[in-house]
Design a protein around this ligand. Structure first.
Ligand code: PEP
Ligand code: MG
Length: 883
């Protein structure tokens, strides 16, 4: 088996395409070597060996060791040095390198091959004994930590004690003899601690270091990092063994890092730092302040330390040429590491550089203009969810912050304000011109008016599809839900988090992008939809097949969504219209009425309100498709709860409060989410559906008259499980359509369809499609009903499931392809078999989630629909799915 891939001397066995085998670092070292760039010769032990190592009691295959020794011999020939040699010794670096970048998570050993003999030879050869002893002590320190498991601190203590004994402030002041003494102290300490000597045999050092790097794959921080970034635990890390080059060989030596373009602005100028006379870890350790690579960077930072451009002009120009070459070769901004050894430049790493969203956008657009990449490629370069950073104010990453709690990042953006605990307080404070954060245990539709005026919303309960989350996303208000590590004491008006108590009126900041709650007011960065954004989105629109609609219940939502590029409304939750202003009272009258006549009386009052809402919505969406859903939610959401509310409603209805209370009790349901909701309401009380249909048709006629262009009307029936349910409701709608058409003398065109949000509906899709002219997948309910997990209670245990590896991700955020996804697939296929032109869309929260959108593209849906602020994300994700 081939365990080892060599590189160096202008050749390599692997290439950048071999990331899965060689890891990122190894693959790119091979690529650079093949390009003829100055890369110290070396080899990569493949990542698969890491799995072998763990499967075989943490041992290394002999075959691999033999291959390493073979390549080592070639490296000796290339460098003219000998591993363990007593003249011109070859030293090695041993580094991890996984398939996905895991910065700083795994271990590295440098200067390997030094021992009591080779240190003398190294000093002699370099003409610098101090350098040799300094390197030896660095090696012992790293090896002692990584391989022998000794604390880094114990070495630092010895060094600090010696420095103070000798009266030195800086490491640079220590002489060769003094370093030699420290080496003795280190070795003595190891003997004392471990009862064994520091290994002198370079081969022993090498195998132990390789094993230690493999072992570091499973150290706690690496495991956590992989879990957080969804990197599979079975990938393993490769190990790169490479000839050492030294940046610490005096003032003509240096080490540094660079980005080929500015990673925070995207500006096309080399950006980086270096340290004279140092080894790589000195840059990371932050002991000395690095200097700017370029003069431009030096001036910008106001530093008086000379730039590399000034200090080493020849090496600098060689380096910039290599950077340009790498960028052109990889066709992307690169993040590189390099070392200069006595005036000779060596490249140690290159990879695609991490960048802010703004930089990513600028770089992608610039590279199209430079003719480096195509428009379609530019579209694939931006992570869709990262657009959030551009669409909302975000917490300035440069400022200090105090986190007092955290929950689910339910609606992106950040905002600060005074804490209020009720919707009423929110409205009152806002009327006085104060900014508020509405803090609730959870929200209900009655809080809508308070949510509207709040800068941000925080709840301590609920998941990503809880009321607060859905509404806040729709409104584009930052929101964190399910902050279980915070406590709301409503009675005393307190919010308690991280051991600190906040009162009503205290200022907090809600960061809906990270899920953090911060103390006080924090500086923000304002959104900037620059020309680059608009250009890139236009390319995305060209590339995608699916259309992108929005979930909008109000004219404000609809306008916002159109400005973000929505091509219609995929879901208007009409019930949300009943919470505005005084409508809730009329709605309550309707629900609580004891007979049809009472209901009709209330519905007559609701009709003009709905009609004017729809007219406005249809006017905004003129010419585009609009899906209106009939009343869906469980009625208890509308019921009066407090005594004062009951009294108010009783008076309006001319009833005794006691009588009304009994009516409220009679409407109580044990499980409202699976109770009297959706089309069941329309079947029990067809007059509700009739009123809504009338409002819709009359509004559509009015809007068409006013704008000259009709909307493409789609009327949607929720929570259908049986075809007969849909048949019943559709016949009500059709009848009203005929009436209105007669009354207005206008032809009324519309599609009648259903949501697919129950497993039965998905399985019986071929039958339902005989009536339905379109399907819209309601994946919030479909996830809830497929898993049998209440969407409002999921947040209490889904995180535990994730932590214990029972599920990978929250199925309410990202579609469960295997279960819910298969139901969607079945429904789409069966539905289209019956009705080939059946329109298919999705309007659950998943319609704004990029991985779910990719799935929708695969199933061949016609559109996705999501909350207004997700529209640009969905446009980009739909484009990437189609490319
Ligand atoms: C759904 O269930 O996915 C849906 C869009 O409807 P709602 O969230 O209003 O139940
Ligand atoms: Mg639903």
């Amino acid at each position: 088996k081939k365990w080892v891939y060599r590189f160096g001397g202008g050749k390599a066995e692997g290439s950048a395409a071999d990331v899965a085998i060689l890891g990122g670092k190894g693959a790119n070292l091979a690529e650079m070597a093949s390009l003829g760039l100055p890369v110290p010769p070396g080899m990569t032990v493949i990542a698969e060996c890491c799995g072998w190592y763990f499967a075989n009691g943490r041992s290394l295959p002999d075959e691999m060791k033999n291959q390493v020794l073979d390549v080592l011999a070639e490296m000796e020939a290339l460098t003219g040095r000998k591993f363990g040699g007593t003249t011109k010794p070859l030293l090695l670096s041993v580094r991890s390198g996984a398939r996905a970048s895991m910065p700083g998570m795994m271990d590295t050993v440098l200067n390997l091959g030094l021992n009591d003999q080779t240190v003398q030879a190294l000093g002699h050869d370099a003409g610098d004994a101090r350098f040799a002893w300094d390197s030896y002590r660095r090696f012992i320190q790293m090896y002692g930590n990584v391989v022998l498991g000794l604390d880094h601190e114990v070495f630092e203590e010895i060094l600090e004690d010696e420095k103070s004994r000798l009266g030195h402030d800086y490491d640079t002041e220590l002489s060769a003899v003094e370093w030699q003494h420290i080496v003795d102290l280190y070795k003595q300490m190891i003997r004392d601690e471990l009862d064994e000597d520091f290994p002198q045999d370079p081969q022993v050092q090498l195998w132990k270091a390789v094993a230690a790097v493999f072992s570091s794959w499973t150290n706690a921080r690496a495991v956590t990092y992989r879990t957080l970034h969804r990197i599979p635990h079975d990938w393993g890390t490769a190990v790169n063994i490479q000839a050492m080059v030294f940046g610490n060989l005096g003032s003509s030596s240096a080490t540094g890092v660079a980005f080929t373009r500015n990673p925070s602005t995207g500006e096309k100028s080399l950006y980086g730092e270096f340290l004279i006379n140092a080894q790589g870890e000195d840059v990371v350790a932050g002991i000395r302040t690095p200097q700017s690579l370029t003069e431009e960077g030096r001036l910008a930072s106001g530093s008086d330390k000379p730039s590399m451009e000034k200090l080493m002009p020849e090496v600098f120009s060689e380096f910039t040429a290599i950077c340009r070459r790498l960028e052109a070769h990889y066709r992307d901004m690169q993040d590189v590491e390099f070392t200069v050894e006595r005036g000779t430049l060596w490249m140690l790493q290159t990879r695609s550089g991490k960048r802010t969203t703004r930089a990513a956008m600028k770089i992608a657009v610039d590279m199209v203009d430079e003719g480096v990449i195509t428009e379609a490629e530019a579209v694939t370069r931006i992570e869709p969810t990262s657009l959030d950073q551009l669409l909302h104010p975000t917490v300035d990453p440069r400022v200090e912050r105090v986190v007092i709690g955290s929950g689910l990042p339910a609606s992106p953006g950040a905002a600060s304000g005074e804490i209020v605990f009720t919707a009423e307080d929110a409205v009152a404070a806002e009327a006085e011109g104060r900014k508020v954060v509405l803090v609730r245990i959870e929200t209900s539709p009655e809080d809508i008016h308070g949510m509207h005026v709040a800068e941000a919303i925080l709840t301590t309960r609920g998941g990503m599809t809880s009321h607060a989350a859905v509404v806040a996303r729709g409104m584009g208000i930052p929101c964190v839900v399910g902050a279980g590590n915070m406590r709301v004491d409503l009675r005393n008006g307190l919010l308690i988090g991280a051991g600190v108590t906040f009162r009503r009126g205290d200022i907090v900041t809600v960061d809906g992008s990270s899920g953090h709650i911060l103390k006080g007011e924090v500086a923000m960065i304002q959104p900037e939809l620059s020309g680059d954004f608009a250009r890139l989105m236009a390319w995305a629109d060209k590339a995608r097949r699916m259309t992108v609609r929005t979930n909008a219940d109000t004219p404000t939502d609809a306008r916002a969504a159109r400005s973000f590029g929505a091509e219609g409304i995929g879901l208007c939750r009409t019930e949300h219209m009943f919470f505005e202003g005084g409508r809730i009272h009329v709605m309550r009258e309707m629900i609580l009425a004891e007979d049809e006549a009472g209901r009709r009386a209330a519905l007559d009052k609701l009709l003009p309100m709905q009609r004017s809402d729809f007219t406005e919505l249809f006017t905004i969406m003129s010419g585009l498709p609009v899906t209106i859903r009939l009343l869906d939610p469980p009625l208890h959401e509308f019921l009066p709860k407090t005594e004062a509310e009951i009294e108010e409603v009783a008076e309006a209805m001319n009833m005794e409060p006691g009588q009304l209370s009994r009516r409220v009790e009679a409407l109580h349901e044990f499980n409202p989410m699976l109770g009297h909701r959706g089309c069941r309401l329309a079947i029990s009380y067809p007059e509700i559906a009739e009123m809504q249909a009338r409002a819709i048709f009359e509004a559509s006629a009015a809007a068409a008259k006013a704008t000259g262009a009709a909307v493409e009307l789609e009327i949607m029936v929720p929570l259908v499980g049986l075809r007969s349910e849909l048949d019943y409701v559709k016949s009500c709608i059709d009848q009203v359509a005929a009436e209105v058409s007669k009354e207005t003398g206008m032809a009324i065109g519309y599609l009648a369809g259903t949501m697919i949000e129950l497993p039965r509906a998905a399985i019986r899709a071929h039958v339902i499609a005989e009536t339905a002219e379109f399907f819209s997948f309601g994946t919030n309910d479909l996830t809830q009903t497929t898993f049998g997990i209440s969407r409002d209670d999921a947040a209490a245990f889904i995180p535990t499931y994730q932590r214990k590896g029972i599920i990978e991700h929250d199925p309410f955020i990202s579609l469960d392809f295997d279960g819910v996804g298969e139901l969607i697939q079945i429904a789409a296929e069966r539905g289209r078999k019956t009705r080939p032109d059946l329109k298919l869309g999705i309007c659950g929260e998943h319609g704004g989630d990029p991985t779910s959108i990719r799935f929708c593209e695969g199933v061949g849906l016609d559109y996705v629909s999501c909350s207004p602020f997700r529209v640009p994300i969905a446009r980009l994700a739909a484009a990437q799915a189609a490319i």
